[in-house]
Write a protein that binds this ligand. Structure first.
Ligand code: UDP
Ligand code: MG
Length: 324
């Protein structure tokens, strides 16, 4: 393991970050449940007694914030962060994590509908105590997800894999990050964030715990089809410029076809089977098509490089050194 946490376990301050969008019916129950988990971890001496639960209200249009304030009044361990507008699940989690960064030794993010298995929180803390910087909750089965969501998710993983994007299969945004990992994450200044892609990119050992998804208790999924498509597009285009290179490769392939067509046309003319005008049209279509496609692809390759430069991602992360 890369980094052995030097703190005593009862010195570990845990912050549980939980994004909420229109979850007014869920907050009371979720805060009670998370409080129970934190209580038991404190009782077992695994985390410190100043550990907190941080709800991030992502510009809800219902009474979610009032519910968070109420939860705080009944337990000061429950805290809240109110976003001025709806920034979306990923950015809301980021806001919570970056706020918690200066307060916590470790942060666990979990959706406020608590579809994830809260028992896995203890396993995550255990793995952190064993030295892990990143612990992913991995869904053992997705039975609670509707059929179409399982199928689209699996298609999405395949496309990502094909294009070379590193992700953890069946992991959503239920995970633990150490302060060290949060510091690394903070050095990625990009805005179109897809945490499931960014975190594996940081290069910490992929430690996982089992997660079992249960059905949502109140309200309905905030991930409409449109939002899911948007997330999937971000999950690919924020991590790879390969689709742009593919255009150029298609152009080269078309040039190959144009040469075959040239041979075909010459042969047809020699054996006298060419219709007048056919040869010139066929050759122009393939040659012009190939040249245009290659040109677009070439411009795409340059745009891709500009895109990567603009992101200003850190060039590397040094995991260890010795003798310096
Ligand atoms: N959420 C958010 N901002 C949004 C949409 C969703 O903070 O714009 C929160 C939501 O309250 C929930 C989590 O993100 O806690 C995941 O959303 P949801 O449960 O609706 O997605 P699903 O589990 O159906 O994929
Ligand atoms: Mg959910």
């Amino acid at each position: 393991m890369e980094n052995t946490q030097s703190k005593h376990s009862n010195d570990i301050r845990l912050v549980i970050v939980s994004p909420c969008y229109n979850e007014e019916m869920q907050i009371a129950e979720s805060s009670a449940k998370l409080n129970g988990v934190v209580d038991s971890l404190i009782a077992k001496g695994k985390i410190s007694s100043d550990s907190i639960i941080l709800f991030v209200n992502d510009g809800s249009t219902d009474h979610t914030w009032d519910e968070i304030v109420k939860a705080h009044q009944s337990s000061s361990r429950v805290c809240g962060l109110n976003m001025a507008t709806n920034v979306g699940h990923q950015s809301a989690i980021m806001a919570g994590m970056m706020t918690a960064r200066s307060l916590a030794d470790a942060v666990i993010t979990i959706d406020s509908d608590l579809q994830d298995d809260t028992n896995a929180i203890e396993s995550m803390v255990d793995k952190y105590r064993d030295g892990a910087n990143v612990v992913y909750g991995v869904k053992k089965d997705r039975k609670a997800d509707p059929w179409h969501k399982r199928k689209t998710a699996s298609l999405f993983y395949h496309v990502q894999e094909f294009l070379g994007v590193k992700t953890i299969k069946n992991h959503a945004d239920f995970r633990l990050l150490s302060r060290r990992a949060l510091d690394t994450l903070a050095s990625y200044p990009e805005r179109n964030i897809f945490l499931r892609g960014m975190i594996p990119l940081m290069g910490y050992d992929a430690v996982t715990v089992d997660d079992t998804l249960s059905p949502r208790k109140t309200g309905e999924s905030k991930y409409t089809l449109g939002r899911q498509i948007h997330l999937a597009i971000d999950g690919i285009t924020s991590f790879t410029t390969k689709p742009l290179e593919h255009i150029f490769i298609w152009g080269v392939a078309m040039l190959g076809i144009a040469f075959l067509m040239f041979v075909n046309v010459v042969v047809a003319m020699i054996i006298g089977r060419a219709i007048a005008g056919w040869a010139s049209i066929m050759l122009s279509i393939w040659f012009i098509g190939a040249i245009l496609t290659m040109g677009v692809g070439l411009i795409g390759i340059y745009i891709g490089k500009m895109y990567l430069e603009i992101k200003q991602r850190p060039m590397y992360r040094i995991s260890e050194s010795i003798g310096l």
